[in-house]
Design a protein around this ligand. Sequence first.
Ligand code: PLP
Ligand code: TYF
Length: 396
Amino acid sequence: IFTNVAAAPADPILGLTEAFKKDPREDKVNLGVGVYKTDEGLTPVLKSVKLAEEKLLKEESSKNYLGIEGVQLYNKVVQELLFGTDSAIISAGRAFTAQAPGGTGSLRVAAEFLVNNTDSKVIWVSNPTWANHKNIFEAAGLTIKEYRYYDAATQGLDFSAMVDDLNTAAAGDLVLLHGCCHNPSGIDPTVEQWQAIAELVAAKGLVPLFDFAYQGFGDGVEEDAIGLRTVAAAVPEFLVANSFSKNFGLYNERIGAVTIVAKDQAEGEKAFSQVKRTIRANYSNPPAHGALIVSTILSNPELRALWENEVTEMRERIAKMRQLFVETLAAEGVQQDFSFISGQKGMFSFSGLNKQQVEQLKNEFGIYIVGSGRISVAGMTTTNVPVICKAIAKII
Ligand code: PLP
Ligand code: TYF
């Protein structure tokens, strides 16, 4: 049966890590995958997470199955993190959350639920977007259309093109919106632009699906929710797939959530029963550990404060690396203006380096970035920035 199975192409991002691991050069640098590194180049377990795990080790009394929707306290704290503790959406009972395996699992559950139960079968994604979006949505049976987003000429958001494209969408079409820290461009809409997006999707009857994988990496945990909350206030129905891989450093625990918001509680309950059915047919019910860590931290004032400090530390370190990168390039005599990188948000930046330059960085210098020119700034350190900038200065 396997004779005629064709080999699948490597994932453009995770495949790069595989190649990186095999590279024998000692001064190699991985700026491909979006994984946070300390200035020592490590990805340690957060202190808040370790403390929560110690607490769990002492207090956890059973490994019995969770319900299909996962840890109840987790789902509550997720909603509060997304919408705010005083949210009218929460108090009206319009939001329904199921714990799911990472942002990826959350997106997949959302997409499969939509395909099997609603007339929303077309999803508009930004050009460019995270490479896995297409895999996930196509595998679930959605049809993908693209709206313009990144403007290579200005290294900014082509907002009028985005609006023009979304104006051609049909009522009921889904629109994938990156909650903050757009992957791969690092460019987010302004507050005014979010307001205009909210008005557009409401007027046209489009259904937003938020991918919220970097809450806390842009301007702050609360600040980063402004796009989501602005759109949420304008539309009757939407979905959110959020992830704690990055902001809790829980990459391998696979912890995220899918949230549906309905026009009222009764409709939401019916729809959520189908979300649970989707989960049941995929993995029955989720694993507990990641959700128990997140809910333990977010419901405990001291652990929560510690976590918020740790997110702030990660965010500020990345911002510092952006600054250092821009300054060091200039000091190396690079004429090309890279100052746009210091204003971008989150883990990533589009460097503007072309495919050939990306290849050269890998082959000649052991510096790995994604073929599109996307750089994971979160992988930069005060030690590797000079090395990276020297290499870029040589190839430009
Ligand atoms: N969405 C975006 C935009 C991402 O960059 C990522 C990265 O991992 C994900 C979703 C998936 O997150 P997870 O690793 O939790 O599945
Ligand atoms: O974009 C990134 O680098 C992260 C990590 O299939 C990632 O989102 C990359 C590719 C992938 C899964 C996760």
